[in-house]
Unconditional design. Structure first.
Length: 353
């Protein structure tokens, strides 16, 4: 009888990694998440997984931690401190940057055959690579042969240019080459948005029917036969912000806004290039991240993105439901790992089992 491949998801968030693991044939038994709304989102979408809503630092064991089947422990410690765009917290002194030690601690509890550690690419740059070297050393001291790669989600059917770091550890001395995959045809923002409802600034009707039939494979994949879906919630921007939007063409950012409309900024010239960026419909999206704070603009409407539009850019299928207020839903979507990217990584691991 073929052994079942069991997964445990640490720092699960809304469940992007788990969804990719499940699509690769892994049975995710447990997930740990400290945020109550993210845990609720995870629970409603992964009903067969036991979600442990707790601070991982307080977990000393699992209800059943003697897995007789192949076990994959996976997850990504909160990555804000590792981000190259967040210089203030990108230091060894930030306590959040040590949460990966909790990953190592759980590895020692469960002793899985495989580990998949995911994070932002800025982790490689921190302290000129010394911080990542210490992470590698920790996994190696725990008995794992490690391999790692940077992958861009847009090469795996995701309509977003989002690079992530994946580290894979094997207790059996196996190395996995994640590179060399033939990039898939790029999916554009237009492909992702083509059949979604037409919305206004501040739209707050959660569930709506589609505006038309899908005309491309990606939209059909996300929709999967549904006639309506949830998540059509848009932040309500003030009139002065909407006025700024009207000056920005696709592919432009805050620099296209007349200076007199940016007077509330102490020095608008120091704005990040991702601020007030209007998406190009003919290309994959830029990294959405905190898309409400960054004021990412819909390609052909003068408003921000709906939760569902952002979810499509992250490759969440339309049946996926997000819980909590609009702000918490936006955070969950922006923080997630695109599951189509995660699916590829887990498939490479499953091939070696």
């Amino acid at each position: 009888m073929e052994k079942q491949i069991i997964g445990v998801d640490l720092f699960s968030g809304a469940g992007g990694l788990s969804l990719g693991a499940e699509m690769a044939g892994i049975t995710v038994k447990y997930a740990i998440e400290i945020d109550s709304f993210a845990a609720e989102t995870y629970k409603v979408n992964h009903p067969l997984t036991s979600i442990i809503h707790a601070d991982i630092r307080k977990i000393t064991g699992f209800p059943y931690n003697s897995f007789k089947n192949q076990l994959i422990l996976f997850g990504g410690a909160p990555c804000q401190g590792f981000s190259s765009s967040n210089r203030r917290t990108n230091t060894r002194n930030n306590p959040d940057n040590w949460l990966y030690k909790e990953f190592i601690r759980v590895v020692q509890i469960l002793d899985p055959q495989w580990v998949v550690f995911e994070n932002v690419t800025g982790l490689l740059e921190m302290e000129s690579g010394a911080f990542f070297s210490s992470i590698l050393t920790d996994f190696q001291h725990a008995g794992y042969t490690c391999s790692y790669s940077i992958l861009n989600a847009s090469d795996f059917g995701v309509p977003q240019r989002r690079s992530r770091l994946f580290l894979i550890g094997s207790k059996n001395g196996v190395q996995i080459d994640l590179g060399g995959a033939q990039p898939m045809p790029q999916v554009t923002v237009r492909d992702a948005f083509c059949d979604l409802p037409i919305l206004e600034n501040g739209a707050n009707t959660d569930c709506l029917p589609y505006s038309c039939e899908p005309d491309n494979d990606y939209a059909k994949l996300m929709r999967n036969g549904l006639t309506q879906c949830s998540g059509h919630l848009v932040s309500k921007n003030a009139a002065y912000i909407l006025k700024r939007y009207t000056h920005i063409q696709q592919g432009q950012n805050w620099a296209a806004i007349p200076p007199e409309l940016m007077e509330n900024y102490a020095d608008s010239s120091r704005c990040h290039t991702g601020i007030y960026y209007r998406l190009r419909e003919d290309q994959p999206s830029v990294v959405i991240g905190n898309y409400r704070k960054n004021m990412i603009i819909h390609p052909w409407a003068d408003r921000g993105l709906s939760v569902r539009e952002a979810a499509r850019l992250q490759s969440f299928p339309d049946w996926y439901i997000f819980k909590g207020s609009i702000g918490f839903q936006q955070q969950q979507v922006g923080n997630a790992v695109p599951h189509l990217l995660a699916k590829y990584v887990f498939q490479k691991v499953v091939e070696k089992i």
